[in-house]
Ligand binder design. Structure first.
Ligand code: HEM
Length: 438
């Protein structure tokens, strides 16, 4: 079997990889931190590498050039998705933007609503006050903890609540990773839709439009039909699950790195003092001038991409990439973590050095393949414009309003920077830090 396997792999001209391809195995069989083990394997086998995980041939791209081949040059061939089992709950798969194939008209309609409406700059601009109000609540919560005897702040949890609350729904209580989460979340969103429909029926056109109205009003240009209820439900739950943990993990990792790198923290604060000064609130229009803060966010994305493999892509057609055959049905992982740690691109890749981005014109919006926290091409994260505003605003507000230090025991024993890969790449030990008002 082994020899036949070797022969047939050679005949199929698959990319190199560990041979024989293990017949059974999963991402988890690669250890708790597969982004690291696959990065090590790629050093041996190359930036385009094939493995068999379970019964599926999995191809991993681990360099900027390889990522460009899959996400730009052959974008159309690789823009389908391999849906995990969980996505089939409540027919979620057939309605969810995250899992529908890019050829599906429903996926296109959902992406269009996101880019043209929900996350379009004009729409985000009009909702700035809402985000500012949530960040104000974040600051006043930290302020209260600081004044009540310096109780440590759970940075990630707070950032999570803030990122979640901008959607005007209180679902923190539901965020336990238990079975039934979907059912309850859907039930709640369903109630919200009912409530909104009743309000609209009573008030006619007078009510102010929010995200939900945009979805309820949507009519496709092709057939004039709107979204089904199930599609709206799936979209809203996708936006919650894709948007909250990822944004809060970024703020948490950034704060942890700054606590370990006091000179970066000091430089960020100096910049905030210069740009924002004594203004009571930071506005999103200030962010453009906060170059060092932007560099901190980029450096955090490079070192700790919340989705280290993006979301799995699927080969819809058999395609030749760099002289190898990537067969139809193969799963494609882009190891954004490995790309951010590539020593050929990033000198001393393990070090937190935001300054590297002051000298280097590299951005994370999908044009520069050396830094891909949001992916690139047609599957690029649709929530990026919102995430970028929220992450900068939260981080800037926490840094501008408070001095931060680690609790004495953590200071003594060292901050645990180890990772846990669950839904996203999070700190294994949640960050706790003590704030003192400026
Ligand atoms: C720091 C924050 C965030 C990061 C790092 C992030 C990253 C990503 C990545 C890597 C992907 C997969 C791209 C690919 O497969 O090629 C993705 C997809 C997605 N993201 Fe985000 N995201 C963030 C925030 C958000 C927010 C705030 C929202 C919405 C409110 C959101 C909604 C989505 C959705 C719906 C998808 C699936 C899109 C599709 O498959 O067509 N994300 N995100």
């Amino acid at each position: 079997v082994h020899l036949l396997g070797l022969l047939s792999d050679r005949r199929r001209n698959l990319p190199p990889g560990p041979r024989p391809l293990p017949l059974v195995g999963s991402l988890l069989s690669l250890g708790a931190l597969p982004h690291r083990s696959l990065a090590r394997l790629a050093e041996r086998h190359g930036p385009v590498m094939a493995l068999r995980l379970g019964t599926v041939t999995t191809v991993v791209a681990s360099s900027a050039d390889a990522a460009r081949d899959f996400l730009q040059r052959h974008d159309a061939a690789f823009s389908a998705r391999a849906a995990p089992d969980g996505a089939h709950v409540f027919a979620h798969y057939a309605h969810s933007m995250g899992w529908l194939p890019a050829t599906s008209p429903r996926w296109r309609a959902l992406r269009k609503v996101c880019s043209g409406e929900l996350f379009a700059p004009h729409r985000l601009d009009t909702q700035q006050a809402l985000r500012q109000e949530k960040v104000r609540q974040l600051v006043s919560h930290v302020d209260r903890l600081a004044r009540e005897g310096g109780e440590p702040v759970r940075v990630g949890r707070l950032a999570f609540a803030t990122a979640l609350n901008i959607a005007r729904l209180d679902v923190q209580g539901l965020r336990r990773r238990i079975e039934g989460l979907f059912r309850r979340l859907h039930g709640m969103i369903d109630d919200l839709i009912e409530h909104r429909l009743r309000e609209r029926a009573a008030d006619g056109e007078n009510t102010k439009k929010n995200f939900l109205d945009v979805l309820l009003d949507y009519r496709s240009a092709e057939d004039g039909r709107g979204f089904e209820r199930q599609t709206i439900l799936s979209l809203i739950s996708d936006l919650f699950s894709a948007g909250t943990d990822t944004s809060s993990a970024t703020v948490e990792w950034a704060m942890a790195e700054l606590l370990l790198n006091p000179s970066s923290m000091a430089r960020a604060r100096d910049e905030l003092n210069q740009v924002v000064g004594s203004k009571p609130v930071i506005e999103e229009s200030d962010i453009g001038q906060l170059k060092y803060l932007q560099a901190i966010v980029k450096e955090t994305f490079r070192l700790h991409p919340p989705a280290p493999f993006l979301l799995p892509h699927l080969a819809e057609t058999t395609t030749q990439v760099r002289g190898y055959t990537v067969p139809r049905g193969a799963r494609v992982l882009v190891n954004a973590w490995a790309i951010g740690h590539d020593a050929k691109v990033w000198p001393e890749p393990e070090k937190f050095v935001p300054e590297r981005f002051l000298e280097k014109e590299v951005d994370f919006r999908g044009r520069d393949f050396e830094l891909l926290p949001f992916g690139s091409g047609r599957r690029i994260c649709p929530g990026m414009p919102l995430a970028v505003r929220m992450v900068h605003l939260m981080l800037a507000s926490l840094l501008h309003r408070f001095h931060w230090r680690l609790p004495a025991d953590v200071e003594k024993n060292g901050l645990d920077m180890s990772e846990r890969l669950g839904v996203n790449l999070a700190m294994a030990t949640p960050l706790e830090a003590i704030a003192t008002p400026v």
